[in-house]
Design a protein around this ligand. Structure first.
Ligand code: FMN
Length: 188
């Protein structure tokens, strides 16, 4: 199966991006690819007829995915704009987009002890509107995230690695059970 990994931030020391890159190995035989979202223009209905190249590329990658794993920070008690913008692009046509029936799993992280729980709740609400299939699981929130890496952004905290590996194993199984293959390429 093929998994797309989406980060909520893209700066040089992004912990979300680092978590996803550290997690690629947990997908084993499956394909796992991190997509860049900061090259997408802001969604506008004016751009939907002749979509800019980065948008077409993004949508075609999502279209061939079996599942999507998101890792995001919390920004001002909600979702970073770059991630919301990407979801908005993928969400059209409403209720019949490439996100419909797509298995999706969420990880949030924060320096705080609550691990981005508000961003997690908001992401669920947003994805609910796309009719994607939410990975029902013990919610994956990573608190005190700054303590988990070495200087090269390797995830060196054993407990965090074990939690994340189990999360991937569960999500792969969930995807296997829940993915339907009526992919609708012309929507891209
Ligand atoms: C604009 C902005 C808003 C933030 N708002 C929150 C917040 O509401 N709650 C929180 O726990 N952390 C907040 N933070 C801190 C980040 O979520 C935290 O540092 C996170 O680990 C950064 O993740 P990243 O490295 O993937 O960008 C905010 C950071 C920024 C830049």
């Amino acid at each position: 199966m093929k998994f797309i990994l989406l980060s909520g931030s893209f700066h040089n020391n992004s912990r979300s991006l680092a978590i996803l890159k550290n997690m690629e190995v947990f997908f084993g035989e499956h394909e796992a690819e991190v997509l860049k979202l900061d090259t997408l223009p802001f969604f506008s209905e004016d751009l939907t007829l002749y979509k800019p190249e980065p948008v077409r590329e993004f949508l075609s990658r999502i279209n061939t995915a079996d599942g999507i794993l998101i890792c995001s920070p919390e920004y001002n008690h909600s979702i970073p704009a770059v991630l919301k913008n990407a979801i908005d692009w993928a969400s059209r046509p409403a209720f019949n987009s490439i996100l419909k029936d797509m298995p999706v799993s969420i990880i949030t992280q924060a320096v705080s002890p609550v691990g981005g729980s508000r961003a997690q709740a908001h992401l669920k609400l947003v994805l609910d509107s796309t009719l994607s299939k939410m990975h029902m699981c013990h919610e994956m929130m990573i608190p005190q995230v700054h303590e988990l890496f070495d200087n090269e952004m390797n995830l060196v905290n054993i407990k965090a690695r074990e939690r994340l590996e189990k999360h991937v194993t569960d999500f792969v199984e969930f995807t296997h059970k829940n993915r339907t293959y009526d992919l609708n390429v012309e929507q891209v």
